[in-house]
Design a protein. Sequence first.
Length: 240
Amino acid sequence: MRAIESFEARKGIPVYIPPYEVDAEIGFSVEYIHKRFGSMQPLADAVKSGKILGIVNMVGCSNPKVLYEKATVDVADVLLKNNVLILSNGCASFPLMKLGYCNVDGLKKAGESLRKFLEPDLPPVWHVGECIDNTRSSGIFAGIAGALGHKICEMPYAFASPEWGNEKGIDAALGFRLFGVNSYHCVEAQIHGSKNVIEFLKEGTREMLGSVMHVDTDPVALGEKIVADMKAKRKALGWD
């Protein structure tokens, strides 16, 4: 009843839209990469050579338990500084779009080799769509790995959902974990009703799926962990 009464009280009150605008480039996909580069090979070569240290799929709803959208931005800053290309979709993409990471102005946040690869007109964060467009990121992961003759699980990839807060986020993380891609978070998943479930989803999947879940409430430390794990992957491939 309170909701109905409040709705009535709001009738006729104009919606306030802040007088600010920001440009963002959106709609990156497997098809776009082929159109832009001719194939996946140039992007794959940039990863192998180290111009791009690795690639992260960054997603996830914002979480009221932490400072709104800050963890996503803090993790992104660490990754870009270390020449990690970011794919983003869903809610996590909104702070990155609002703050200019999804246009060429965001290149000033990127490390030297990543910036040189993307110049003059590509942003350091590639917005691939909404929540369900995680499949676009997996297609890009697969295309690059295939061009280099490697499995997805062998590549310097990561799935990051810094502020996740619902079951959908766990499902999305597991989708990439099935490929052997580790997931990284700043908030504990809503799975603490069972010690067995927690242990399985965090470390127990290492042998079965080839991937694990990392949680660190410090976004900077989490970003640094992603970078360290990517470097370890590169070393195993002989790319260090």
